[in-house]
Write a protein that binds this ligand. Sequence first.
Ligand code: SF4
Length: 466
Amino acid sequence: MAQVSPVRTPANLTLGAPIPRGLKRGTYFVQTWGCQMNEEDSEQMVLGLESLGLTPAASPNEANVILLNTCSVRKKPEDKAFSFLGELRFIKEARPDLVIGVCGCMAQIRADEIHRRAPHVNFVVGTAQVNRIPGLVEEALQTRRFQKRLDLPERKGSVVTDVPDRLGGRKTKLKAFIPVQYGCDKFCTYCIVPSTRGRERSRPTEDIVREARGLVANGTREITLLGQTVNSYGKNLAEGRVSFGQLLSILGGIPGLERIRYTSPYPRDFKTDLIEVIRDVPQVMEHCHMPLQAGDDHLLRRMRRVYTVESYAAIVDELRATVPNLGLTTDIIVGFPGETEEEFEGTMAAMERFRFDGAFMFKYSPRPDTPAAEMKQVDSAVASRRLNQLIKRQREIQLEIGEALAGEEREVMVEGPSPKNPDVWQGYTRCFRMVHFSPGSLSPGQLVQVRLTEPHMWGFVGTVLG
Ligand code: SF4
């Protein structure tokens, strides 16, 4: 889930060249924090900047246009974004032509604060206005007036049809994200997403299929369908309603598309028909990242998660009984307001019961203007202690699962050299375990059988068979 990119220190920042005029407009740098949806938005931003004749800069030091694509899901990435903006002030003072834009979730809800704390920012763009960025960059090159574009689509009757226009021309990639559903109507008490991303809306099916076909024609072999509650896809399509399961089946019919993943489903909307599609459509991978968040019904109620531990367990049981070799991963929040020792023990017990193949575990971070921020908070040291306890046990469980799988064969899609060691290649199993292996004469995109030999925390060392 959340991947936070490193931020440069002021000492690393130097003053770049003025913007060259003419067809080549200079260079850009996009800094991204947050989830896959933000990564995907950043890719659209890059396409928009390149449509203006801008080319990538190796670092912010050399860039003429800098975009910060921000995340608000916890306080830490917001602090990093403000820290980065503080560093950029020095460059902007020496190089007033530099264009700085702030986009993403923090931009959506804290535009005025950004303008106040960082007056050197040229524009702020909300999550539903990414396609305005090229125009705003053009404007910023002409005028120094601060601009903001924050409109979010509103509900009209029972549906919201307004979905962003998307730019084509993405670079060739083995694996690509496709957003299928935006926004959220669930309003969990700790979550800022309904404010930052707006009401739930689904992309027309034909647009998604067209994008998937285009990506496959361009070399993509695996797509991941993105949505805040991805399995509620289609609920709010005005006409020609297609369910998420039907969407998976349609995409499974695209020749050349080897693998389909999706993230993240909301437990309550996980129904038998969807589970059967996951079993029956060969391209849909046997991996499900289904956020549990807490293992106690009182906690779940305070979070406004509309399921219980038992109803979650019923879905897990059905999934595991229907889909062999399923990899199940989750998200857990520790230290939610009012969490008692007994409630936390419920979460620990749930980890034992469900034995997740992986988990993103976080300490609760109060988000302004959410109901949970007003509730009685848990002492930070207590929450940290509980988080450490949870992480320790989950790591043990992951290793235990890995040891039990050692010796088995699994299909792996070859991706290429490991970023940490180019002599070793990597790929993922269908159930989303990373495997490292010796490349031999393999090429990226190949599907190979691998024997899993040595388990480690996040996957295996393996031997390619045949
Ligand atoms: S389901 Fe809850 S946690 Fe997920 S995006 Fe919606 S409000 Fe946030």
